[in-house]
Design a protein around this ligand. Structure first.
Ligand code: PA5
Length: 442
């Protein structure tokens, strides 16, 4: 197996090898807690062996459902938010054609329920009108407001356009086995359903049907994705791959040295949403008890022309983690031009990616010189297998990192605060006291 490489030499101007080694025992202990299930949040460790233990029959079933949806639909809308959205979006964007976001036998997968944008939803309804569309509605709790609104709207539209019986064939619900409004609704309508395991939290759920069904509908190889994660999982658990440990200890050593912000950097636009997925994973897992590295992300070289100045010369509280992709899928050379009016002939004949790689290297050196520590994570190429590896790598490192930090990496009590206020303001039944209290503050 080609492994993910973590190169942390680029941090040595800011911290020493000894600073990182000082966290080695805590890192190993944290990994052991994940493997043995003895740390805080151990009810949510289903992801640790999820890929290794995914039955072939489940993958077959998901692939068959995806094939069925592709036959009935030209567009499928995946409805969900947070962990019920970002993993599928990240993988589909990474693997898809930049201008179509699906390929092979796949159909277009659009997303809804990840915001409450009235224009977004109205324009989506316009786009879907008259098209053969289907819906995958995803909510672990089954009660989240954003996807519930989107589902109510699109379900009504679909039933109006094709009738309730046909709509039923084009809707799949992914939710808890027993609890929640979505489970009740799905059972009463007789939708095909998949279960989100109790012990897998939303942001760790991309390799459950939550991510796998939309990814399969879009035409990508979920077996290879799961295989990549399974291989990475085995190697992490049996200690033959220590990359997650290295990443976790290095970033915690940087945090202790005052580096409060981590920027995940990509040099491939296909990885933009991978950065969004990563931000949720680390932000929700670590930002608690008034602690935690703030996770940010940039797309280079695009953002070198916007955020580059801040990163190079702003406050020195940041470090960066670069996801470096060794090989692109396509080969494109810069043509020679006789007149050379643009002065580009000095790179004529070179691959576009060679230029990108020099931009990456030049930036790395400039940032290290500018006291921005740099961790480089390299993968051979963007494939379903390597994305599976990368997903497991970041999940494992996140669990280890959260334990080193001393927080429960698997809960997210803070996300309830806005919901409570929103329900109070909307006068949701059961929130009468909160409504009264919040109105008094307005
Ligand atoms: O990681 C999490 O648990 C959250 O981000 C959830 O995924 C998100 O709030 C959506 O929740 P649900 O799937 O219950 O609708």
């Amino acid at each position: 197996m080609e492994q993910i490489q973590v190169d942390n030499k680029g941090v040595l101007g800011s911290i020493s090898l000894a600073d990182i080694a000082a966290l080695d025992a805590a890192g190993k202990d944290s990994l052991k807690k994940l493997i043995d299930g003895t740390g805080a949040g151990n009810d949510f460790l289903g992801w640790v062996r999820l890929a290794q233990e995914t039955p072939a029959s489940l993958l077959d079933d998901i692939n068959a459902t995806a094939a069925g949806m592709r036959e009935l639909c030209d567009v499928v809308v995946a409805i969900g938010i947070g962990g019920s959205y970002l993993g599928a979006k990240a993988v589909i964007e990474a693997l898809g054609n930049s201008f179509a976001a699906y390929r092979n036998e796949g159909v277009q997968v659009l997303f809804a329920g990840q915001n409450i944008g009235e224009d977004y939803l109205a324009e989506l309804q316009d786009y879907l009108a008259g098209k053969r569309f289907g819906i995958i509605v995803i909510s672990k709790s089954g009660t989240t407001t954003e996807p519930a609104i989107a589902f109510r709207l699109l379900k009504e539209q679909l039933e109006r356009e094709v009738g309730r019986d046909e709509a039923r064939k084009r809707i799949v619900a992914i939710t808890d086995e027993k609890r929640g409004a979505l489970r009740t609704l799905a059972n009463s309508e007789g939708y095909k359903t998949y279960i989100i395991p109790d012990n897998v939290g939303g942001r760790f759920s991309v390799l459950t049907p939550v991510g796998l069904l939309p990814i399969a509908v879009a035409g990508f190889d979920i077996n290879a994705l799961v295989d990549g994660a399974a291989k990475m999982g085995e190697a992490t658990i049996n200690g033959t791959d220590t990359s997650a440990l290295t990443y976790a200890t290095t970033r915690n050593a940087l945090y202790r040295a005052g580096k409060k912000i981590e920027i995940l950097v990509n040099y491939s636009p296909k990885l933009h949403f991978f950065g969004e997925w990563w931000k949720q994973l680390y932000g929700e897992s670590e930002g608690k008890d008034h602690k935690g590295i703030f996770p940010a992300a940039v797309d280079n070289t695009t953002d070198l022309h916007s955020m580059g100045q801040w990163i190079q010369e702003g406050e020195r509280i940041i470090f960066e983690t670069v996801i470096s992709v060794e090989k692109t899928e396509h080969e494109l050379r810069i043509p020679s031009d006789e007149s050379n009016l643009d002065g580009l002939n000095y790179i004529a004949g070179k691959r576009v990616d060679e230029v990108n790689k020099m931009a990456e290297l030049g930036t790395r050196i400039a940032h290290i010189d500018g006291e921005v520590p740099n961790i480089r994570i390299s993968i051979p190429a963007i494939t379903p297998f390597t994305l599976g590896q990368l997903i497991y790598f970041f999940e494992a490192a996140c669990g280890i990192s959260g334990h080193i930090l001393g927080v429960n990496p698997f809960n997210q009590p803070g996300v309830e605060a806005y919901k409570k206020n929103m329900f109070a303001l909307l006068e949701k039944p059961g929130y009468e006291k909160e409504t009264e209290a919040i109105k008094a503050r307005l």
